[in-house]
Design a protein around this ligand. Structure first.
Ligand SMILES: [Fe+2]
Ligand SMILES: [Fe+2]
Length: 530
């Protein structure tokens, strides 16, 4: 190999934070500080004390997505070493996380409606100067972290960010939130924080050929030796394709909640980017190389790991102009997506409140309210995105739970009928502690947890969205069933689950009204009439 090369299309660049699959709560400093001791170390220590129980649980499909480390029993020594390394390298995060929990517990126990000011001087040292204590209007004591300050504190540690680079073996990967990524013989380690330009270089190398010598030199600068990396390069250059769409508004479904909309004038928006690798086999899919050379807007619906996938976002950063995110509320469970993205190298991030908008060319993108699906926590960083492209309007409602149908009546009065609706039917989500458990100051009663699930709309709620908005085309999406994101969703892809049954019921109900309706799976490519 000596001439021009590209990165093979099945090479995975898996971003990690101290060996754990990177997701937004591992970047935002306060949530990261709580996840290290109360998720990662808890899981690792449990594995070390009873590896055979973890191994057995991982063989049981009914325990899919549970708190079990998917590693062989023989990995105990490596996991022990990871525990020791985590305690050493993440010492500042652990100290902050423990202090935050202690402070939270203290005010919950002691603040009794009288002035909260006296508690400042009793706060544990690591959190002093980084939190504000307050009462809700209902006199419930609470605290929030001053996030911008935390990103400048020892609690934020970009040195723990790295990537594991390897060739995909089909779509299978161990569940991301229970299993650390240990070193493997077929992988290359990239020890660079996510803001480093090497991620952009490697991403562009997927479609833009470069001389081999130049590639190896650039990798050496980033501390990557060429011995193993040569296997990831190919001289078989990708076909030159014109990725810029022209003529009518087109949308393409990339799987789960990821949809690309391209207006007639070429302006485009990518919703909730999750893009599969070209694994040569498996179900038909669009891959990274199918995206346009420039992505004008990325919009994110909400801060759940299957909608904010750092792996895909990093793979696209070099071609994204602007990321538009819903504004956060400032609470501990609602970290700022904007600060998180800026800290990992995204330069242009815009926050929108409900009904706020951005526009360019023929495209107008508006944030609409998104109710529920977050365990009744005070979380505001969520939006359904209304995309108007020329005469077409498309709404990406993702996991919005239609808890109050009147909201869509109000929206129709303001925005008129919305022709095309994309809506999820994940109506049996995990109990909220699955995502937010490490942040809780005191454990939630199990029975209460079971009622506060991360539930989207079911068929009955979905059809009310359809009729309220006057939609003519309805697409059920965001069902987490594509095989390439099972490692993030852990969703049972079979046809007899509640979400799958509700998806069918919604499709049938829409068809009964004479509408076009279908459930998306894998890929779809639709050009809308002018
Ligand atoms: Fe969600
Ligand atoms: Fe989701």
């Amino acid at each position: 190999m000596s001439g021009l090369v590209t990165l093979k299309s099945d090479v995975v660049i898996e971003p990690l934070v101290e060996r754990w699959y990177a997701w937004s709560h591992l970047i935002s400093p306060a949530t990261a500080a709580l996840n290290v001791p109360y998720r990662h170390l808890t899981l690792l220590e449990s594995f070390v004390s009873a590896p055979d129980i973890h191994a057995a649980a991982c063989q049981n499909p009914s325990l899919r997505g549970g708190p079990f480390v998917d590693l062989p029993v023989t990995a105990v020594d490596e996991v022990r070493a990871l525990i020791a390394k985590t305690k050493e390298r993440q010492a500042q995060q652990i100290a902050f996380g423990e202090a935050l929990r202690e402070a939270y517990r203290a005010i919950l126990k002691q603040a009794d409606g009288f002035s909260i000011e006296k508690f400042y001087e009793t706060l544990p040292t690591p959190v002093r100067g980084y939190v504000e204590l307050y009462y809700t209007l209902g006199s419930h004591p609470d605290l929030r972290v001053i996030e911008p300050l935390l990103y400048k504190s020892p609690a934020y540690n970009p040195a723990s960010q790295s990537a594991l680079i390897y060739q995909a073996n089909g779509d299978d990967r161990a569940f991301a939130f229970s299993t650390p990524r240990l070193a493997r013989p077929d992988a290359v380690e990239l020890e660079r924080p996510f803001s480093d330009a090497i991620y952009d270089y490697l991403a562009a190398l997927r479609i833009t050929p470069q001389p081999l010598d130049a590639v190896l030199e650039r990798l050496a600068q980033a501390g990557v030796s060429d011995a193993k990396f040569r296997d990831f390069l190919t001289e078989v250059l990708p076909p030159i394709i014109d990725r810029q769409h022209k003529g009518g508004t087109r949308w393409r479904y990339f799987g789960h909640a990821c949809v690309l909309v391209e207006a007639n004038d070429g302006t485009n928006v990518l919703v909730d980017p999750i893009v599969a690798y070209d694994t040569n086999g498996g179900i038909k899919r669009f891959v990274l190389a199918d995206l346009p050379d420039r992505i004008d807007y990325v919009v994110l619906t909400h801060n759940h790991a299957d909608h904010v996938l750092l792996e895909t976002l990093l793979a696209l950063r070099y071609k994204i102009d602007t990321i538009v995110v819903p504004s956060a509320g400032g609470g501990l469970a609602d970290p700022s997506l904007k600060l998180m993205l800026q800290s990992i190298g995204f330069k242009k991030v815009i926050e929108l409140d409900p009904l706020g908008h951005v526009e360019s060319g023929e495209m107008l993108i508006t944030a609409l309210p998104f109710l529920g699906e977050h365990g009744d926590l005070d979380i505001r960083s969520k939006a359904a995105w209304l995309v108007k492209a020329g005469t077409q309007s498309l709404l990406f409602a993702a996991d919005s739970n239609n808890l109050e149908p009147l909201i869509y009546e109000h929206l129709k009065e303001i925005f008129g009928p919305i022709e095309t609706l994309f809506i999820g039917q994940e109506c049996q989500g995990a109990p909220f502690s699955w995502t937010y458990g490490p942040l809780l100051p005191v454990p939630i009663d199990r029975k209460k947890d079971q009622t506060r699930r991360l539930n989207g709309s079911d068929a009955a709620r979905g059809i009310k969205v359809v009729t309220s908005l006057g939609s003519k085309q309805v697409y059920v999406y965001a069902m987490g069933a594509e095989p390439w994101l099972q490692y993030v969703t852990s969703i049972d892809p079979s046809e007899d689950t509640m979400p799958a049954v509700n998806a069918r019921q919604l499709v049938e109900a829409c068809r009964g009204l004479g509408l076009h309706a279908e459930r998306l799976f894998g890929s779809a490519d639709v050009t809308l009439p002018a």
